[in-house]
Design a protein around this ligand. Structure first.
Ligand SMILES: Cc1ncc(COP(=O)(O)O)c(C=O)c1O
Ligand SMILES: Nc1ccccc1C(=O)C[C@H](N)C(=O)O
Length: 410
């Protein structure tokens, strides 16, 4: 047994979250090392039974009565309240529904409208230049619709780019490619000092590390639920609107579900109070109730414990990669300081696409991001230290073989 295998065993033995792994389905043809929870979280064991009940009994037998008797109608705000503590929000500020892309649109246009109430000259939106593409596309459209210019800047350039013209700033808490964690408290404070509104995309941080939305005075936030919250493919996203902004939040998608009296069927729109104002149309109940069941794995778990394990996992992965992988074959894009690291490790590597394909064939599942990045996501609820060691060893073997083949060809 190598030193690192032994170390993995010791770390697993004292892991206080180790028992959570049994609450997920992790078998199947791909093997047990699943490091792609930053794209699609694994299936919690309680979900299939709940979905069967929702379909078979609630829909199949109770039909229309389930909107009231099974709480379907109020699911978006009820599940929002279940997510709230995971992102540091008090109840009543999060509503679940639609995709992240749609919520980015609601939040960003809403933010520009808030900024315009006090400063008509505010006609610029700043957007993270390194963002996951959908946020940039939506921000471009939001800018055109609101008569703003869109200015892409890196998060570190934001403080200098802010000014009297800034209406809203759309940032990612953790960068999807590099895994870099941005400084949400200080960037939010800088946006506020300029009189603008901050919209945060939490896709890669919610469920992986403390976010502190209320504590840091974030204005609006969005996130998906299919990564670290394990809600399933295409599970609905969420929108956070800070309590004291809700009265002034003017949604660009004011559907009947956000009406003060949806069943009044009135022709005039009157927005509901509270988080409900962020709703649009009929909620996607099947996905939403699967998500609700998935969130039960968080019972008795603190985000702080998850963060501590996440950092221990990524530290250990970096240590194993440093030990096993031939010098110079990979370049780590993820920052080493804990304060700047999310819950993934991104390694730049020649031939990253084929390398990841072969790793997956070996049963180590990460993903590849264009043009040359290997991404490994670490979900502390179901990834263990032995997985980490095995993944790094498989990567090293893969890269050594590739190197050997290359020199053979030469
Ligand atoms: C930062 C970020 N925003 C948005 C999305 C996607 O949004 P949607 O759920 O609308 O596809 C992703 C990943 O899918 C993401 O990583
Ligand atoms: N929603 C998806 C559907 C299909 C494939 C990937 C995704 C992702 O979520 C990608 C992820 N946002 C990423 O950080 O690359």
């Amino acid at each position: 047994m190598s030193e690192l295998t032994e170390k993995a065993g010791k770390l697993d033995a004292v892991d206080e979250l180790a028992a959570k792994r049994a609450e997920f389905v992790l078998d199947g043809p791909e093997g047990a090392v699943y490091l792609d929870g930053n794209s699609l979280g694994a299936l919690p064991v309680g979900v299939p039974g709940r979905v069967a009940d929702v379909v078979g009994r609630q829909w199949g037998e109770m039909r229309i009565r389930s909107w009231t008797e099974e709480g379907w109608w109020t699911a978006p705000e009820r599940i929002g309240d279940r997510i709230a503590p995971l992102v540091g929000a008090a109840a009543g500020q999060i509503v679940v529904g639609d995709s992240t892309s749609v919520n980015v649109f609601k939040a960003l246009v809403g933010a520009v409208r808030l900024a315009r109430e006090t400063g008509a000259g505010r006609d610029e939106i700043l957007v993270d230049a390194t963002t996951f593409p959908t946020d940039g596309y939506i921000a471009g459209s939001a800018a055109r619709m609101t008569g703003c210019t869109l200015r892409p800047v890196t998060p570190s350039e934001v403080p200098d780019a802010l000014g009297e013209r800034t209406a809203a700033v759309l940032l990612n808490h953790v960068d999807y490619r590099t895994g870099r964690l941005h400084d949400l408290p200080s960037l939010t404070a800088a946006v506020h000092a300029a009189g603008a509104y901050a919209v945060w995309d939490l896709c890669h941080s919610a469920g992986a590390l403390p976010v502190g939305l209320d504590a840091h005075g974030v204005d609006l936030a969005v996130g998906c639920t299919y990564k670290y919250l394990n809600g399933g493919p295409g599970s609905p996203a969420y929108l956070y609107v800070r309590a004291d902004l809700q009265d002034r939040f003017d949604s660009p998608l004011p559907g009947w579900n956000s009406h003060a009296e949806p069943f009044g069927m009135r022709s005039e729109y009157e927005p509901a109070e509270g988080a409900v104002r962020g709703r649009v149309g009929t909620p996607d109940i099947l996905s939403m109730l699967a998500l609700e069941a998935a969130l039960e794995v968080w019972d008795g778990v603190t985000v702080e414990a998850v963060r501590a394990k996440s950092l221990a996992l990524t530290d250990f992965f970096l240590e194993c990669v440093g030990e096993y992988v031939p010098e110079g074959r990979v370049e780590c894009l993820t920052p080493v300081p804990h304060a700047e690291r999310g819950s993934q490790v991104a390694l730049r590597c020649a031939g990253a696409g084929p390398v990841m394909r072969r790793l997956i064939e070996r049963g180590v599942v990460g993903d590849f991001r264009h043009p040359d990045v290997l991404r490994f996501g670490f979900t502390p609820l179901y990834v263990g230290f032995a997985d980490v060691e095995r993944a790094a060893r498989a990567l090293a073997e893969e890269l050594s073989e590739a190197t050997a083949q290359q020199s053979h060809r030469v």
